[in-house]
Design a protein around this ligand. Structure first.
Ligand SMILES: Cc1cc2nc3c(=O)[nH]c(=O)nc-3n(C[C@H](O)[C@H](O)[C@H](O)COP(=O)(O)OP(=O)(O)OC[C@H]3O[C@@H](n4cnc5c(N)ncnc54)[C@H](O)[C@@H]3O)c2cc1C
Length: 369
């Protein structure tokens, strides 16, 4: 069986490795030579998804990631009083990877595999040749910016958060560093995600209207905001800054003829809860199980699997993406109304073990209906 993957991002590589582990040949078509360094980006992966990654995608040594067993949530009006507290003392809540490290691990393991071939797309017209090649049982597009996405996957629900995510890594004094912190500030949510005893990744999503003339923050301004909101670390230095425009995008139709859209093309969400890649890992699980099921029944694997994949995932992805957006808007309004809502609701949430566990389960396994 031959599968064509378009794009060579983290998602495409993860899907490729899952497929070849199941003896499926993968032909990966990619566009450009010059790659972003992505040194400062990190990714939090839930326990359930890490389990899937380890068992069915790639074995990863413990030294490659950092485990978190507590999440505390604050607002910037009162940084001393926690609004919410999620902890799981005997189990990790999630694990944090440097994007680049995970990317390189996957890339290395694919390179030496006979089931894998990587082919450079010479120009935008070459896509037609690829999608009309009958040797492919499935064509899966993981690149949100290629010609195929522009031509066939443009009908989507789009919400522009009018915000920019600033991502970097702070270097600080040594600490056990097992606790993630989220602060809902008047600028937008700020997350501290530990990655080692001396390094913590930060993602600060800032509303453009808060910036002078709606311009980007300079590194100095960013540093000042971090120092103002930091109560945990003695910061020695801050690494380079990367920025991302923030949108909520939900694709209307998951496939077009013989091409399935995948990853961030299907659902791109606000990074405040660190769930974008986690949603895709859950999608990979569903897709590979569908393919295996068909194979075991001796049925042909073709684009009919796309509709089944859409039936199994679309409603859950939709609910999850809107749930994430609801959390963003809730804290947005709450900040505006001086935390009137959160004071009442979150106190109840915090003291209710059932609700607290439900939130942890939802972030770990997604929505299971
Ligand atoms: C600020 C921010 C924080 C996030 N945090 C989380 C989180 O904690 N948990 C979570 O589940 N999701 C998170 N996400 C979402 C997650 O990052 C995306 O879903 C995921 O990275 C999309 O992968 P991709 O394959 O589409 O493209 P990406 O992997 O993001 O890459 C885009 C392109 O860059 C190139 N590229 C990428 N990395 C490399 C590399 N190392 N070397 C060479 N080329 C490379 C590839 O050509 C690729 O096409 C976050 C998103 C943002 C913007």
């Amino acid at each position: 069986m031959n599968v064509c993957l378009l794009g060579d991002g983290l998602i495409s590589l993860t899907l490729a490795k899952t497929l070849i582990n199941n003896k499926i040949k993968v032909f990966m078509y990619y566009k450009h030579d010059k790659k972003p360094s992505k040194q400062t980006r990190t990714i939090g992966i839930s326990s359930d998804n890490l389990d899937f990654l380890q068992k069915r995608v790639i074995k990863i040594k413990k030294k490659e990631f950092w485990e978190i067993n507590k999440i505390e949530i604050y607002n910037d009006k009162n940084k001393e009083k926690r609004m919410l507290d999620f902890k799981n003392s005997n189990k990790k809540l999630f694990s944090v990877f440097k994007n680049n490290d995970l990317y390189k691990l996957l890339e290395k393991s694919l390179k030496k595999n006979n089931y894998f071939k990587k082919i450079k797309i010479s120009n935008k017209f070459s896509y037609n040749k690829v999608i009309n090649n009958h040797k492919f049982n499935l064509i899966i597009n993981c690149d949100a910016n290629n010609e195929i996405s522009k031509k066939y996957f443009y009908k989507k629900f789009l919400k522009n958060y009018q915000s920019t995510a600033y991502a970097s890594i702070i270097n600080h004094n040594i600490s056990s560093n097992k606790k993630a912190i989220q602060i809902f500030t008047e600028y937008g949510p700020l997350a501290f995600l530990p990655i080692s005893k001396t390094q913590t990744s930060i993602v600060f999503s800032i509303k453009n209207k808060r910036m002078k003339n709606h311009l980007k923050l300079s590194k100095e301004e960013f540093k000042k905001l971090i120092i103002k909101n930091n109560k945990e670390y003695k910061i020695n230095s801050i690494n380079t800054l990367e920025t991302f425009k923030l949108n909520l995008k939900i694709l209307r139709n998951y496939y077009y003829k013989n091409i399935l859209a995948f990853g961030d093309i299907l659902h791109q969400i606000h990074p405040l809860s660190g769930q974008g890649f986690n949603m895709t890992l859950r999608d990979i699980k569903v897709l590979i199980d569908l393919i295996k099921e068909k194979e075991n029944l001796g049925l042909p694997i073709n684009s009919s699997v796309y509709q089944e994949f859409e039936n199994k995932t679309k409603h859950l992805n939709l609910l999850f993406a809107y749930g994430n957006d609801f959390i963003y808007e809730f804290f947005n309004y709450d900040n505006y109304y001086l935390n009137f809502f959160s004071k009442k609701i979150l106190n109840y949430f915090n003291n209710n073990k059932l609700l607290n566990n439900l939130a942890i389960k939802c972030a770990d396994k997604g929505l299971i209906i």
